[in-house]
Design a protein around this ligand. Structure first.
Ligand SMILES: C[S@@+](CC[C@H](N)C(=O)[O-])C[C@H]1O[C@@H](n2cnc3c(N)ncnc32)[C@H](O)[C@@H]1O
Length: 328
């Protein structure tokens, strides 16, 4: 293995030109963050790019300020995320639908890996039920939100918050770390380019027979079609069907079908169950409408829960929730 150290730079990531002649390596640069160290007011970030036979290191000095310019796109959303989504009517209905499935599987004493944990709502919910959680996210600001919440929660001791991306799963944790199950809620996997690599990485850390829940934005959402067509935004209405995904704040959001995700996770995982999350209940950006029609929204949720596993519902939902079993 060849190691090559690039010159230390003072700009904050993401900043492809900092890699100079190696800028061609920067396509997926954020996948290769290996360490994030804080030294007083100054941060040092080591980016590592690996390819067969070679490893490139770049040492970047950056400010750790939450949501600062140049962080992950979700950094800027962290402070307002709970107000915008978690505490909204739609957000609560959707999350409760996920919790009903998750609670049926994860028990007191279980150790669960949470990927793309956001502000830690699910981690806290699980901890309240006696489940131990390693809560991870690519966004430093999101992880800070989790730490703040756990520091004032009576159940915070059961949660460890760590900055880690899906793409780091293969590298960062020793293979010996094994969890009873895992959870990825509300679209973190839509931000991941290589689902198969994500599945392979996850498989190394889930005990045989363990359960994994993945809640992913699906490609066909009639609510979205109707909403944006009604607002004269035809392009946005069908954005999820675009091949290659949709560019969003410097990253690409992809909308894999249930079948594509199932295939990406095989042979390490087998699909046990699919649940519709937001087939009749509208997507979160329709919250204004939901606030004006709270009874209708909760009524739609009741009907949706009744038929939540019907293939028609799961194929046409804002999100689908997969329950997978780790295979030998
Ligand atoms: C819509 S939020 C969902 C957050 C949380 N799971 C929830 O239920 O509220 C998506 C999260 O995925 C995280 N994320 C995006 N890309 C990621 C990646 N490659 N690895 C890990 N987390 C990622 C974002 O930082 C963000 O916190």
């Amino acid at each position: 293995m060849k190691f090559r150290t690039l010159a230390p730079v003072s700009q904050k990531p993401p900043c492809p030109p900092i890699l100079g002649e190696e800028s061609m390596l920067s396509n997926n640069w954020y996948r290769q963050v290996h360490r994030w160290q804080t030294h007083g007011s100054c941060d040092s970030v080591i980016f590592v790019h690996e390819e067969p036979g070679a490893r490139f290191l770049a040492n970047v000095n950056s400010s750790p300020r939450i949501g600062g310019q140049g962080g992950h796109p979700f950094d800027t959303m962290a402070a307002d995320y709970d107000r915008q989504f978690t505490d909204s009517l739609i957000g609560r209905l959707m999350r409760e639908a996920v919790w009903r499935q998750v609670d049926a599987k994860f028990r007191e004493g279980d150790h669960v890996l949470e990927m793309n944990c956001g502000t830690g709502e699910d981690a806290l919910h699980l901890a309240r039920r006696g489940v131990q959680v390693l809560a991870t996210d690519i966004s430093t600001a999101m992880v800070e939100q989790v730490r703040t919440k756990t520091s004032i929660s009576a159940f915070g001791d059961l949660i460890e918050a760590r900055r880690m991306a899906w793409e780091d799963l293969n590298d960062l944790m020793g293979a010996s770390v094994q969890f009873d199950g895992a959870l990825s809620n509300f679209g973190g996997l839509n931000c991941v380019e290589d689902l198969r690599e994500a599945a392979r990485g996850l498989s190394r850390h889930i005990k045989l027979g363990g359960t994994v829940f993945l809640c992913i934005m699906g490609p066909r959402c009639p609510w979205e079609w109707g909403w944006y067509l009604g607002h004269g935004q035809a392009k946005k209405a069908f954005r999820r069907l675009r091949r290659g995904g949709v560019a969003w704040r410097g990253i690409t959001i992809r909308y894999p079908s249930i079948r594509e995700t199932e295939r990406a996770f095989f042979p390490w995982f087998r699909l046990r169950r699919v649940t519709a999350i937001g087939a009749l209940v509208p997507p979160s950006y329709v919250e204004g409408w939901a606030q004006r029609h709270p009874h209708l929204t909760t009524f739609l949720d009741r009907i949706e829960r009744r038929f939540e596993s019907h293939p028609f519902m799961t194929a046409l939902a804002d999100h689908y929730l997969l329950e997978l079993e780790r295979l030998p």
